[in-house]
Write a protein that binds this ligand. Sequence first.
Ligand code: GLY
Length: 254
Amino acid sequence: MLIAITRKVSNSIAHCELTHLERQPVDLELARRQHRQYEKTLEGLGFELHSLPEEPRLPDAVFVEDAAIVLDECAIITRPGAGSRRLEVESVAAALRPYRDLVHIQPPGTLDGGDVLRVGSMIYVGLSRRSNSQALEQLRAIVRAHGYEVTGIPVGGCLHLKSAVTQVAEKTLLLNPGWVAGKNFPALKLVEVDPAEPAAANALMVGSAVIHPAAYPRTGERLEKAGIRVLPLDVSEIAKAEGGVTCCSLLFRG
Ligand code: GLY
């Protein structure tokens, strides 16, 4: 069974963390409609949806990806780099407990799931303002027994590693070369974002398709040309909160 954990948009989303973006008004009702469409898309792709209730006091709580890394063998509950986000993990851990053994990142480690890109048995960890080398070492120790190799990747110019690079097919990544160097991924094929769309590298791979922001059609065309089926979604309000399409779900086999 395919499971998608999501969480409803907080009514306080306008007070979210922002690192690289100027604050803009977020249309809450539009954000909720867009998020519901995102959930429906996942359901349409065969996922059983576990949509957690809104957390009104946690503005960034819709971004459930940052709270956990779900592997086949276990789930790692993170310790988010922004102090305002630390309380988000408890409810995500509770939602994952029926499916996986849980292991927690401990202080002084900090890790956001948005900084973790798994491709097969490789786990790339963005060393960003949110995620540090102590957490990387903890993650490495947790997953070593399961055969994963963990590599740190410097990230600059964007919030998370997955703002800069995401997986779009078994051996293909979508990447903004200005934010992360392609040489970090020598064994993989790379599709670069259109230069006019620097924030377009965040795509959510779901089976043989990717969910991708409709705001970036030129990059969408590049993906289609590379043989990848693109499902464009309008996520304008989530983007104003410095979130992307990977951030809004945890996808795994139950
Ligand atoms: N607003 C998303 C984040 O900063 O974590």
